[in-house]
Design a binder for this molecule. Structure first.
Ligand code: IMP
Length: 205
């Protein structure tokens, strides 16, 4: 049976790997066009940012495009970093700076007990076609923020996020399949894949 072909809007190679691992063979995910200018993600919601990315890639490629936007919401920080997760540690921040800023803020607040460190990852994925059709998948995973980073797998805030449904390890300590079975991105993409399957088989080109 033919597969769906979509162009990825993400410039993050870790995210692209995860998207491919989760969707498997039913969707062929092509890399983001190298000559596409960076999209300014200045919407106030995850869905708004995902749509900005989808629209830019659809316009540039003329092909269906897939975009993921993710935020980490920490209750003690009133939902921050949220939609600002990528640049939390400053305009040039890397993953380590981002999570160290988060750990420092929780320390300053004296939020040391697990119940004071409640958090969740939230992902919105949008698959968009040039004719304007859209499918939207959403995924959430609840957890707590660790007091020190643990594990070198995954990316982003993974070393400091302990999912409730796991065994106490951070996402950074889990193998990819373990993370995907619980993660925000796994849930959002599986929801999207179900919607795609409900549209019926892919027409042969
Ligand atoms: P964006 O969706 O690419 O804008 O990502 C927002 C921020 O969340 C970035 O700092 C990413 O590194 C981080 N992030 C996105 N997905 C994940 C994940 O699955 N685990 C940990 N951090 C993530």
């Amino acid at each position: 049976m033919a597969s769906h072909r979509v162009v990825s809007a993400t410039a993050n190679p870790h995210k692209l790997d995860e998207i491919r691992e989760i969707l498997g063979a039913t969707v062929v995910v092509l890399g983001r066009p190298a000559d596409l200018a960076e999209v300014e993600e200045d919407a106030s919601t995850l869905e708004g940012n995902a749509e900005l990315k989808v629209a830019a890639v659809v316009a540039a490629s003329g092909e269906p495009a897939l975009a993921d936007d993710t935020g980490l919401e920490v209750d003690a920080l009133r939902g921050a970093p949220g939609v600002r997760s990528a640049r939390y540690g400053g305009p040039e921040a890397d993953d380590e700076k981002n999570y160290n800023k988060l750990l420092g803020e929780l320390r300053e607040l004296g939020a040391n007990a697990p119940e004071q460190r409640r958090a969740r990852f939230r992902t919105v994925v949008i698959l968009g076609w040039p004719d304007g059709r859209r499918l939207v998948g959403r995924g959430v995973v609840e957890g707590t923020i660790a007091t020190t980073p643990r594990g070198d797998r995954g990316f982003g805030y993974d070393p400091v996020f302990i999912p409730d449904e796991g065994d106490g390890r951070t996402f950074g300590e889990m193998w990819p399949e373990e993370k995907h079975s619980l993660s925000h991105r796994g849930r959002a993409l599986r929801e999207l894949a179900d919607q795609l399957a409900a549209l019926g088989p892919v027409e042969e080109a």
